[in-house]
Design a protein around this ligand. Structure first.
Ligand code: NAD
Length: 376
Protein backbone atom coordinates (compact mmCIF):
# COMPACT_ATOMS: atom_id res chain seq x y z
CA UNK A 1 0.00 0.00 0.00
CA UNK A 2 1.31 3.39 -0.99
CA UNK A 3 0.72 6.31 1.42
CA UNK A 4 1.22 9.99 0.57
CA UNK A 5 1.77 12.72 3.16
CA UNK A 6 1.59 16.34 2.03
CA UNK A 7 2.44 19.72 3.52
CA UNK A 8 -0.72 21.24 4.97
CA UNK A 9 -1.98 24.33 3.16
CA UNK A 10 -4.52 25.78 5.62
CA UNK A 11 -3.47 29.11 7.19
CA UNK A 12 -1.80 28.56 10.56
CA UNK A 13 -1.78 24.77 10.21
CA UNK A 14 1.64 23.62 11.34
CA UNK A 15 0.85 19.96 11.98
CA UNK A 16 1.75 17.09 9.67
CA UNK A 17 0.03 13.70 9.35
CA UNK A 18 3.17 11.58 9.64
CA UNK A 19 6.35 11.84 11.66
CA UNK A 20 9.62 10.00 11.09
CA UNK A 21 8.56 7.54 13.81
CA UNK A 22 5.17 6.90 12.24
CA UNK A 23 6.79 6.48 8.82
CA UNK A 24 9.05 3.82 10.33
CA UNK A 25 6.04 2.03 11.84
CA UNK A 26 4.06 2.18 8.59
CA UNK A 27 6.98 0.83 6.57
CA UNK A 28 7.48 -1.94 9.12
CA UNK A 29 3.81 -2.82 8.65
CA UNK A 30 4.38 -3.15 4.89
CA UNK A 31 3.53 0.32 3.50
CA UNK A 32 5.51 2.56 1.20
CA UNK A 33 5.44 6.22 2.24
CA UNK A 34 6.08 9.30 0.11
CA UNK A 35 6.36 12.62 1.94
CA UNK A 36 6.19 16.01 0.24
CA UNK A 37 9.45 17.87 0.74
CA UNK A 38 9.20 20.25 3.68
CA UNK A 39 5.91 18.72 4.94
CA UNK A 40 7.14 18.41 8.52
CA UNK A 41 9.15 21.62 8.69
CA UNK A 42 6.69 23.64 10.81
CA UNK A 43 6.41 20.74 13.26
CA UNK A 44 10.22 20.45 13.55
CA UNK A 45 10.45 17.20 11.55
CA UNK A 46 13.13 17.51 8.89
CA UNK A 47 13.22 16.00 5.41
CA UNK A 48 16.42 14.23 6.41
CA UNK A 49 14.66 12.54 9.34
CA UNK A 50 11.83 11.31 7.09
CA UNK A 51 14.36 10.01 4.60
CA UNK A 52 16.31 8.25 7.34
CA UNK A 53 13.04 6.65 8.46
CA UNK A 54 12.60 5.18 4.99
CA UNK A 55 10.24 7.65 3.30
CA UNK A 56 10.66 8.81 -0.27
CA UNK A 57 10.73 12.60 -0.58
CA UNK A 58 8.91 14.11 -3.54
CA UNK A 59 7.17 17.18 -4.91
CA UNK A 60 3.48 17.58 -4.03
CA UNK A 61 2.31 16.33 -7.43
CA UNK A 62 4.66 13.35 -7.45
CA UNK A 63 3.69 12.36 -3.88
CA UNK A 64 -0.02 12.27 -4.75
CA UNK A 65 0.43 10.39 -8.01
CA UNK A 66 -0.28 6.70 -7.60
CA UNK A 67 -1.02 6.92 -3.85
CA UNK A 68 -3.55 4.46 -2.42
CA UNK A 69 -4.12 6.71 0.57
CA UNK A 70 -3.50 10.34 1.44
CA UNK A 71 -2.90 10.85 5.17
CA UNK A 72 -3.67 14.48 5.98
CA UNK A 73 -4.38 16.75 8.93
CA UNK A 74 -7.01 18.96 7.23
CA UNK A 75 -9.11 18.61 4.09
CA UNK A 76 -7.10 18.55 0.87
CA UNK A 77 -8.01 21.08 -1.83
CA UNK A 78 -9.99 20.16 -4.95
CA UNK A 79 -6.90 20.02 -7.12
CA UNK A 80 -5.29 17.42 -4.84
CA UNK A 81 -8.50 15.37 -4.80
CA UNK A 82 -8.55 15.36 -8.60
CA UNK A 83 -4.94 14.22 -8.78
CA UNK A 84 -5.62 11.15 -6.62
CA UNK A 85 -6.39 7.93 -8.42
CA UNK A 86 -9.88 6.44 -8.44
CA UNK A 87 -10.58 4.53 -5.24
CA UNK A 88 -7.84 6.25 -3.24
CA UNK A 89 -8.53 7.03 0.43
CA UNK A 90 -8.28 10.46 2.03
CA UNK A 91 -7.98 10.22 5.81
CA UNK A 92 -7.75 13.13 8.23
CA UNK A 93 -9.66 15.68 10.26
CA UNK A 94 -12.07 16.51 7.43
CA UNK A 95 -14.59 18.62 9.42
CA UNK A 96 -17.41 16.34 8.30
CA UNK A 97 -20.41 17.93 10.04
CA UNK A 98 -22.70 19.23 7.31
CA UNK A 99 -19.84 18.92 4.79
CA UNK A 100 -21.99 18.03 1.80
CA UNK A 101 -19.95 20.11 -0.67
CA UNK A 102 -16.66 18.59 0.37
CA UNK A 103 -18.11 15.07 0.34
CA UNK A 104 -19.55 15.70 -3.13
CA UNK A 105 -16.13 16.89 -4.35
CA UNK A 106 -14.62 13.63 -3.00
CA UNK A 107 -17.38 11.57 -4.62
CA UNK A 108 -16.92 13.38 -7.95
CA UNK A 109 -13.17 12.69 -7.81
CA UNK A 110 -13.95 9.00 -6.97
CA UNK A 111 -11.99 9.41 -3.76
CA UNK A 112 -13.11 7.58 -0.61
CA UNK A 113 -12.99 9.92 2.38
CA UNK A 114 -12.61 8.80 6.00
CA UNK A 115 -13.23 11.51 8.62
CA UNK A 116 -11.28 10.89 11.81
CA UNK A 117 -13.81 13.02 13.75
CA UNK A 118 -16.27 10.15 13.29
CA UNK A 119 -14.06 7.50 14.89
CA UNK A 120 -16.59 5.52 16.94
CA UNK A 121 -16.22 5.92 20.71
CA UNK A 122 -15.61 2.25 21.37
CA UNK A 123 -12.70 0.84 23.36
CA UNK A 124 -11.06 -0.76 20.30
CA UNK A 125 -10.95 2.58 18.47
CA UNK A 126 -9.60 4.69 21.34
CA UNK A 127 -6.04 4.53 20.00
CA UNK A 128 -7.28 5.84 16.62
CA UNK A 129 -9.31 8.71 18.06
CA UNK A 130 -7.74 11.91 16.76
CA UNK A 131 -10.38 14.16 18.32
CA UNK A 132 -9.27 12.90 21.72
CA UNK A 133 -5.55 13.07 21.02
CA UNK A 134 -5.81 16.64 19.75
CA UNK A 135 -8.29 17.81 22.42
CA UNK A 136 -6.00 16.58 25.13
CA UNK A 137 -3.21 18.86 23.88
CA UNK A 138 -5.68 21.74 23.35
CA UNK A 139 -6.63 21.54 27.01
CA UNK A 140 -3.01 21.66 28.07
CA UNK A 141 -2.09 24.47 25.71
CA UNK A 142 -5.14 26.57 26.69
CA UNK A 143 -3.81 26.80 30.24
CA UNK A 144 -0.31 27.66 29.03
CA UNK A 145 -1.79 30.44 26.86
CA UNK A 146 -3.80 31.66 29.86
CA UNK A 147 -0.67 31.76 32.02
CA UNK A 148 1.04 33.80 29.31
CA UNK A 149 -1.80 36.34 29.06
CA UNK A 150 -2.38 36.58 32.82
CA UNK A 151 -0.36 39.31 34.48
CA UNK A 152 -0.08 37.39 37.73
CA UNK A 153 1.26 34.07 38.98
CA UNK A 154 -0.76 30.84 39.19
CA UNK A 155 0.58 29.31 42.41
CA UNK A 156 0.40 30.71 45.89
CA UNK A 157 3.78 32.17 46.78
CA UNK A 158 4.88 33.13 50.25
CA UNK A 159 7.80 35.49 49.98
CA UNK A 160 9.60 37.89 52.30
CA UNK A 161 7.86 40.69 50.42
CA UNK A 162 4.41 39.27 50.99
CA UNK A 163 2.10 36.51 49.89
CA UNK A 164 0.70 36.05 46.40
CA UNK A 165 -2.73 34.40 46.35
CA UNK A 166 -3.20 31.43 43.99
CA UNK A 167 -5.11 32.03 40.76
CA UNK A 168 -8.68 30.77 40.62
CA UNK A 169 -9.33 28.82 37.42
CA UNK A 170 -12.72 27.64 36.19
CA UNK A 171 -13.00 25.07 33.40
CA UNK A 172 -16.32 24.91 31.55
CA UNK A 173 -16.83 21.57 29.83
CA UNK A 174 -14.98 18.65 31.41
CA UNK A 175 -14.48 16.37 28.40
CA UNK A 176 -11.06 15.39 27.09
CA UNK A 177 -9.78 18.98 26.70
CA UNK A 178 -11.38 20.19 29.91
CA UNK A 179 -9.95 17.39 32.05
CA UNK A 180 -6.46 18.07 30.71
CA UNK A 181 -6.97 21.80 31.37
CA UNK A 182 -7.96 21.01 34.96
CA UNK A 183 -4.90 18.81 35.45
CA UNK A 184 -2.58 21.43 33.93
CA UNK A 185 -4.01 24.34 35.92
CA UNK A 186 -3.68 22.27 39.10
CA UNK A 187 -0.05 21.46 38.27
CA UNK A 188 0.63 25.17 37.91
CA UNK A 189 -0.84 25.72 41.36
CA UNK A 190 -4.24 27.26 40.62
CA UNK A 191 -7.35 26.58 42.67
CA UNK A 192 -9.56 24.85 40.11
CA UNK A 193 -13.30 24.37 39.68
CA UNK A 194 -15.14 22.95 36.69
CA UNK A 195 -18.60 22.41 35.26
CA UNK A 196 -20.25 20.10 32.74
CA UNK A 197 -23.73 18.95 31.82
CA UNK A 198 -22.82 15.24 31.79
CA UNK A 199 -23.10 13.56 35.19
CA UNK A 200 -20.15 11.27 34.36
CA UNK A 201 -17.91 14.34 34.47
CA UNK A 202 -18.59 14.97 38.15
CA UNK A 203 -16.45 12.13 39.46
CA UNK A 204 -13.68 12.76 36.90
CA UNK A 205 -13.45 16.41 37.95
CA UNK A 206 -13.31 15.45 41.62
CA UNK A 207 -10.64 12.82 40.97
CA UNK A 208 -8.39 15.56 39.55
CA UNK A 209 -8.77 17.57 42.73
CA UNK A 210 -11.11 20.23 41.32
CA UNK A 211 -14.48 21.36 42.65
CA UNK A 212 -17.51 20.40 40.53
CA UNK A 213 -20.13 23.07 39.99
CA UNK A 214 -23.34 22.35 38.05
CA UNK A 215 -27.12 22.46 38.07
CA UNK A 216 -27.77 18.82 38.98
CA UNK A 217 -31.47 18.43 38.13
CA UNK A 218 -33.34 15.61 36.31
CA UNK A 219 -32.27 16.90 32.88
CA UNK A 220 -28.61 16.81 33.98
CA UNK A 221 -29.00 13.11 34.87
CA UNK A 222 -29.86 12.35 31.23
CA UNK A 223 -27.59 14.77 29.41
CA UNK A 224 -25.21 12.19 27.95
CA UNK A 225 -25.76 10.41 24.62
CA UNK A 226 -24.94 6.73 24.11
CA UNK A 227 -21.81 7.96 22.26
CA UNK A 228 -20.58 9.78 25.37
CA UNK A 229 -21.27 13.29 24.03
CA UNK A 230 -23.40 16.05 25.56
CA UNK A 231 -26.95 16.72 24.36
CA UNK A 232 -28.17 20.24 23.66
CA UNK A 233 -29.85 21.41 26.90
CA UNK A 234 -33.31 23.00 27.20
CA UNK A 235 -33.74 26.77 27.53
CA UNK A 236 -34.92 26.30 31.12
CA UNK A 237 -31.73 24.39 32.00
CA UNK A 238 -29.56 26.96 30.24
CA UNK A 239 -31.18 29.75 32.30
CA UNK A 240 -30.47 27.94 35.59
CA UNK A 241 -26.94 27.15 34.42
CA UNK A 242 -26.35 30.81 33.47
CA UNK A 243 -27.43 31.99 36.91
CA UNK A 244 -25.06 29.60 38.67
CA UNK A 245 -22.19 30.39 36.31
CA UNK A 246 -22.69 34.17 36.59
CA UNK A 247 -22.08 34.26 40.32
CA UNK A 248 -19.15 31.82 40.14
CA UNK A 249 -17.40 33.42 37.19
CA UNK A 250 -17.26 36.85 38.85
CA UNK A 251 -14.77 35.41 41.36
CA UNK A 252 -12.51 33.69 38.79
CA UNK A 253 -9.16 34.84 37.39
CA UNK A 254 -8.91 32.31 34.58
CA UNK A 255 -11.78 30.72 32.66
CA UNK A 256 -11.16 27.99 30.09
CA UNK A 257 -14.21 27.08 28.02
CA UNK A 258 -14.31 23.80 26.07
CA UNK A 259 -18.04 23.07 25.78
CA UNK A 260 -19.05 21.48 22.48
CA UNK A 261 -22.04 19.62 21.09
CA UNK A 262 -21.09 17.61 17.99
CA UNK A 263 -22.56 19.04 14.79
CA UNK A 264 -24.14 22.05 16.50
CA UNK A 265 -22.94 25.55 17.38
CA UNK A 266 -21.09 25.66 20.69
CA UNK A 267 -23.37 26.52 23.64
CA UNK A 268 -23.16 30.18 24.72
CA UNK A 269 -22.09 30.01 28.35
CA UNK A 270 -20.50 33.41 29.03
CA UNK A 271 -22.40 36.59 28.23
CA UNK A 272 -21.02 40.11 27.91
CA UNK A 273 -22.54 40.93 31.32
CA UNK A 274 -20.66 38.01 32.90
CA UNK A 275 -17.40 39.26 31.41
CA UNK A 276 -18.16 42.70 32.82
CA UNK A 277 -18.54 41.17 36.28
CA UNK A 278 -14.99 39.74 36.15
CA UNK A 279 -12.11 41.72 37.52
CA UNK A 280 -9.66 43.45 35.14
CA UNK A 281 -6.66 41.26 34.37
CA UNK A 282 -8.74 38.09 34.22
CA UNK A 283 -8.35 35.82 31.19
CA UNK A 284 -10.83 33.73 29.23
CA UNK A 285 -9.55 31.13 26.76
CA UNK A 286 -12.40 30.01 24.51
CA UNK A 287 -11.41 26.65 22.99
CA UNK A 288 -14.82 26.52 21.29
CA UNK A 289 -14.13 29.77 19.36
CA UNK A 290 -13.95 27.86 16.07
CA UNK A 291 -17.43 26.40 16.65
CA UNK A 292 -19.09 29.75 17.34
CA UNK A 293 -17.62 30.27 20.81
CA UNK A 294 -18.75 29.66 24.38
CA UNK A 295 -18.19 33.34 25.16
CA UNK A 296 -20.25 36.07 23.54
CA UNK A 297 -17.17 38.29 23.15
CA UNK A 298 -14.65 35.84 21.75
CA UNK A 299 -13.43 36.33 18.19
CA UNK A 300 -11.79 33.54 16.21
CA UNK A 301 -7.99 33.72 16.30
CA UNK A 302 -7.91 37.00 18.20
CA UNK A 303 -7.18 38.08 21.73
CA UNK A 304 -10.00 40.55 22.42
CA UNK A 305 -10.11 42.79 25.49
CA UNK A 306 -13.20 44.05 27.29
CA UNK A 307 -13.03 46.09 30.50
CA UNK A 308 -9.52 44.77 31.08
CA UNK A 309 -10.56 41.12 30.65
CA UNK A 310 -8.66 39.31 27.89
CA UNK A 311 -10.66 36.86 25.79
CA UNK A 312 -8.64 34.58 23.53
CA UNK A 313 -10.34 32.72 20.68
CA UNK A 314 -7.58 30.41 19.44
CA UNK A 315 -9.19 28.05 16.91
CA UNK A 316 -6.25 25.71 16.45
CA UNK A 317 -4.48 25.17 19.76
CA UNK A 318 -2.94 21.83 18.70
CA UNK A 319 -1.05 23.69 15.94
CA UNK A 320 0.62 25.70 18.72
CA UNK A 321 2.45 22.56 19.83
CA UNK A 322 2.75 20.99 16.42
CA UNK A 323 5.53 18.48 17.17
CA UNK A 324 3.48 16.71 19.85
CA UNK A 325 0.09 17.06 18.19
CA UNK A 326 1.53 15.70 14.92
CA UNK A 327 3.12 12.81 16.80
CA UNK A 328 -0.19 11.78 18.38
CA UNK A 329 -2.21 12.26 15.18
CA UNK A 330 0.37 10.27 13.21
CA UNK A 331 0.15 7.49 15.82
CA UNK A 332 -3.65 7.49 15.51
CA UNK A 333 -3.15 6.85 11.77
CA UNK A 334 -0.60 4.09 12.40
CA UNK A 335 -3.17 2.43 14.67
CA UNK A 336 -5.81 2.72 11.95
CA UNK A 337 -3.50 1.24 9.30
CA UNK A 338 -4.37 -2.46 9.93
CA UNK A 339 -7.97 -1.63 8.93
CA UNK A 340 -6.74 -0.38 5.53
CA UNK A 341 -4.88 -3.49 4.36
CA UNK A 342 -5.65 -7.13 3.71
CA UNK A 343 -3.85 -10.18 5.13
CA UNK A 344 -1.20 -9.90 2.42
CA UNK A 345 -0.48 -6.27 3.39
CA UNK A 346 -2.04 -4.96 0.15
CA UNK A 347 -4.41 -1.99 0.03
CA UNK A 348 -7.85 -3.34 1.02
CA UNK A 349 -9.92 -1.13 3.37
CA UNK A 350 -12.17 -3.10 5.73
CA UNK A 351 -15.45 -1.56 4.55
CA UNK A 352 -17.44 -3.93 6.79
CA UNK A 353 -15.62 -2.89 9.98
CA UNK A 354 -17.65 -0.62 12.26
CA UNK A 355 -14.73 1.81 12.65
CA UNK A 356 -14.47 2.30 8.89
CA UNK A 357 -18.27 2.40 8.52
CA UNK A 358 -18.41 5.14 11.15
CA UNK A 359 -15.71 7.24 9.45
CA UNK A 360 -16.63 6.78 5.78
CA UNK A 361 -18.10 9.84 4.08
CA UNK A 362 -17.86 8.60 0.48
CA UNK A 363 -17.31 5.36 -1.40
CA UNK A 364 -17.18 4.55 -5.11
CA UNK A 365 -18.35 7.96 -6.26
CA UNK A 366 -21.23 8.31 -3.79
CA UNK A 367 -21.81 9.99 -0.43
CA UNK A 368 -22.53 7.20 2.02
CA UNK A 369 -22.38 8.73 5.51
CA UNK A 370 -25.94 8.81 6.92
CA UNK A 371 -25.50 12.37 8.22
CA UNK A 372 -24.77 13.59 4.67
CA UNK A 373 -26.60 11.24 2.34
CA UNK A 374 -30.06 12.15 3.65
CA UNK A 375 -30.75 8.70 5.07
CA UNK A 376 -30.08 9.79 8.67
P1 NAD B 1 -16.75 17.42 23.41
O1 NAD B 1 -15.47 17.94 22.90
O2 NAD B 1 -17.85 17.13 22.45
O3 NAD B 1 -17.35 18.51 24.47
C1 NAD B 1 -16.56 19.00 25.52
C2 NAD B 1 -17.33 18.98 26.82
O4 NAD B 1 -18.31 20.02 26.82
C3 NAD B 1 -18.11 17.67 27.08
O5 NAD B 1 -17.68 17.11 28.29
C4 NAD B 1 -19.56 18.13 27.12
O6 NAD B 1 -20.35 17.36 28.01
C5 NAD B 1 -19.42 19.58 27.59
N1 NAD B 1 -20.60 20.42 27.38
C6 NAD B 1 -21.47 20.46 26.34
N2 NAD B 1 -22.43 21.37 26.56
C7 NAD B 1 -22.16 21.96 27.77
C8 NAD B 1 -22.78 22.98 28.54
N3 NAD B 1 -23.90 23.60 28.13
N4 NAD B 1 -22.23 23.32 29.74
C9 NAD B 1 -21.11 22.70 30.18
N5 NAD B 1 -20.48 21.73 29.49
C10 NAD B 1 -20.99 21.36 28.30
O7 NAD B 1 -16.54 16.14 24.32
P2 NAD B 1 -15.27 15.19 24.42
O8 NAD B 1 -14.19 15.91 25.12
O9 NAD B 1 -14.95 14.67 23.08
O10 NAD B 1 -15.70 13.98 25.36
C11 NAD B 1 -16.97 13.67 25.83
C12 NAD B 1 -16.89 12.31 26.57
O11 NAD B 1 -16.54 11.23 25.70
C13 NAD B 1 -15.86 12.26 27.68
O12 NAD B 1 -16.44 11.64 28.81
C14 NAD B 1 -14.77 11.39 27.15
O13 NAD B 1 -14.06 10.72 28.19
C15 NAD B 1 -15.54 10.43 26.30
N6 NAD B 1 -14.68 9.80 25.27
C16 NAD B 1 -14.75 8.46 25.05
C17 NAD B 1 -13.94 7.86 24.07
C18 NAD B 1 -13.98 6.37 23.83
O14 NAD B 1 -14.59 5.66 24.58
N7 NAD B 1 -13.36 5.89 22.77
C19 NAD B 1 -13.09 8.64 23.30
C20 NAD B 1 -13.07 10.02 23.54
C21 NAD B 1 -13.87 10.58 24.53
Amino acid sequence: MHIAVLAETRDGESRVAATPDSVKALIKAGAEVTVQKGAGERAAYTDAAYEAAGATLATRAAAVKGADALFCVRRPDDETLKRLKNGALVIGLLEPHGATDFAQACADAKVNALAMEYTPRITRAQSMDALSSQSNLSGYRAVIEAAELYGRAFPMMMTAAGTIAPAKAFVMGAGVAGLQAIATARRLGAVVSATDVRPAAKEQVASLGAKFIAVEDDEFKEAETAGGYAKEMSDAYKAKQAELVASHIAKQDIVITTALIPGRPAPRLITKAMVEAMRPGSVIIDIAAGAGGNCELSEPDKVAEHNGVKIAGFTNLPARLAADSSQLLAKNLVNLFPLLVGDDGGFAPHWEDEVIIGMALTKDGAIIHPSLSGSA
